[in-house]
Design a protein. Sequence first.
Length: 373
Amino acid sequence: MYRSSLAVLILGSVVGCGGGGSGDSDGSGGSGSGEVVVTPPAPGERLQNLAEWNLFADGPNQEPASRVVPYTVNARLFSDYAVKARFVWVPEGTTIGYEDENKWRMPVGTILVKTFAYPEDLRAPDDNWRLLETRLLVRETEQQWKAHTYVWNEEQTEALRTSAGDTIASSWVHTNGETRNNDYGVPENNLCEKCHGAAEKLDTLGGRTRQLNGPFDYGDGPENQIDHLAALGMFDREPPPADQRETLVDPFGTAPVSDRARAYLDANCAHCHSPESFAGSVGFLLDYASTDPVEDDPTNWGVCKVPASAGPGACGLSWDVLPGDPAQSIIVCRMESRDIAIQMPPLASKIADDEGVQLMREWIASMPATTCQ
């Protein structure tokens, strides 16, 4: 649904970069008679229908409005096999503070948009989406972001605001051809803080160079996303050349297993397991900077490390990572489990990431076997 209408999508997000036009849109998110221009509410105001933001020229088809730019990430955050469409909008006259390694500094008024969906068949992930929810992260002030969540109706015509979460019975054909089912959980707004940070620490997770330094098809074939954003004048300075930028590899691509594991952990675990984050105090650090196999201490990522948690969370095992032995490594057990007392991540997931678990197994098996003391 989303990818098949990419040519129209680009006309809205690139040709319309100068702004202007009328903001007419109907209740379904359709484009109406004029160019759709984003109309965010005043800080503190809560819009009940996603269409009121005018972020989409066509919401059900995920075609963005003027100056709403689509993007993707190099390493995905697993969300129970849901696929995602991502967009960013910054107010006219503002720019993103570019950073080589740290999170980009988004200007006040920035809106980050992420729509979650299940395709009819995961073997054709860009087609026939059943839209689930659209989440907005809005930078209302220098100190504060606000989260807004909208759930799509069964008819796929509109998305209405929720703060209490929801459960959506869903099914799809999996990559092995079998039908899978999931009671997809839309999180409560306050759960956003568990990953994105509380109060003034609330921030984007993937808005950084290593996640976006890669290709996206904007209608004329693949183009580097950061080069594209720079050409639109969206940065406060010129980024270095693409081959000089920090870049995450595809965790499920063909790069060396250590690089793929680091990318996966950075995308899926580092929002908690990094020095400045929620689980930083336990010393199990999984952000990209802490997992360099040449420069960093391997205990950072659990090698021969005694677990910080006792009880079920230790899975009856002794080490977070036992080199050469995935079956005796706690990280594998916790990723496989969906027992609420054991599972990792601890929230927002009802299904284990089979491919992610297999990657962890491959990575640990590739480490020279050792006896931890």
